[in-house]
Design a protein around this ligand. Sequence first.
Ligand SMILES: Nc1ncnc2c1ncn2[C@@H]1O[C@H](COP(=O)(O)OP(=O)(O)OP(=O)(O)O)[C@@H](O)[C@H]1O
Length: 274
Amino acid sequence: MDCNHNCEGCSQDCAQRQNPQSLLESPHEMSQIKKVIGVVSGKGGVGKSLVTGLMAVLMNRRGHTSAILDADVTGPSVPKMFGIHSRAQGNENGILPAYSKTGIGLMSVNLLLESDTDPVVWRGPVIAGTVKQFWSEVIWGEVDYMFVDMPPGTGDVPLTVFQSIPLDGIIIVTSPQELVSMIVSKALKMAQMMNIPTLGLIENMSYATCPDCGKQLKVFGESHIDEVAANFSLPVLGRIPIDPRLSAACDRGMIELFEGDWLDGAAAAIESQK
Ligand SMILES: Nc1ncnc2c1ncn2[C@@H]1O[C@H](COP(=O)(O)OP(=O)(O)OP(=O)(O)O)[C@@H](O)[C@H]1O
């Protein structure tokens, strides 16, 4: 077959084969973002946004500048968690993030909608384009750790986000009632395809503590997170209990006041990542 130098449509492994073109977008010229961590889950509702929010708060408490890019465009829950209901502002240079009470920068589609109860009925390419703009057209300024609340699953939109934002690592959030092994395997393979390291697993809704006797109740049955983590040679970075104070804090926009040391190990692991 004659070579037309278009490697994209050709499966030959010849000497002229060029590396695939990078699809990574450049950040805004006024952004200096040191580390970007994607937070992924197999399906919605396992607490991916909660973990994203808690990690940003923790890193901020530990003296780093943190930010959240809410790439979960069809289920954006981050602004509410931080009590932000304002609209995003812009200037001649680009779009400005909203800032939480403790100074965490946020960008979410909910900051662009007229009302945060409006549904996002957009097709995949528009959603993916919006997320790319959150990276390349938002003036993030200086950020030590940016957490990206990734769109759930492994479809077109999460794939585009993986390809366009230069992630330094991902954290996989699971819950005990899921098919953890399958979900971890899929997320891990997707990250490996893009050469992105998986930092570890966080199990949400691991247990509930009885308010009377303090016993840990396995509401969703025994957890398999340790076996799964060992099978994939990944660390378990944290286990978060079911705690009504957490959901109340999210509902009231007061996640920055959370108390709990469940994710201290995850924060330390991120800090120690080279
Ligand atoms: N450990 C927990 N204890 C109490 N409530 C929790 C806990 N984890 C999550 N929740 C609550 O469950 C709901 C779903 O959580 P969250 O929005 O973080 O999930 P998600 O995986 O990001 O879902 P989606 O992808 O649909 O946005 C929220 O109302 C949150 O406050």
